[in-house]
Design a protein around this ligand. Sequence first.
Ligand code: FE
Length: 205
Amino acid sequence: MNKKAMYQLTYGLFVLTSRLGEKDNGCIINTAGQVTSSPNRISITVNRDNFTHDLVMESRKFNISVLSEEADFKIFQHFGFQSGRTAEKFEGYHACKRSENGLYYITEGTNAYISATVEQTIDLGSHTMFIASVDDMEMLSSAPSASYAYYQSSIKPRPEEKILTGKTVWRCTVCGYVYEGEELPADFVCPLCKHPASDFEKVTS
Ligand code: FE
């Protein structure tokens, strides 16, 4: 078995937004896809640790903003590397508008948004899969959608400067965070994206 086969699957990248009462939040997911066309349904799979997960579970409404190749790394930091439990992600954030369902969608670095209502939930342990019917959708730009591979190759910052100094560093393959040191502690957790040491790769000059 070659576990690298999993890397051959392609994924898009999306900002998932929801709203419960007066509370808005959003997070980054890579798991949105159309599952039926008539009626038009999409699925998303969301980690239970995400605050947005709870908003979708309660409100049964969400928007997916499709990230494009013009998306800046800052969008990933803003929606991906902090939690809505401790940060108001939409306070002072202006690159967004409300769609007809009252939820935010992201207007910069995106090429479309889709509004949906949850029909079914599937408990997958660490994650919940939501099957949802599409209520509304609009195009926002003609820029190509950002794939997860494109994010890895062209959006995520590279630690070249640090490698040039001759040091060994460990790079988080998820977000690009760089840990300096010969050995990465086994219990190390990425301070930005919270992924474990197993998601780091050793980079030597
Ligand atoms: Fe990380």
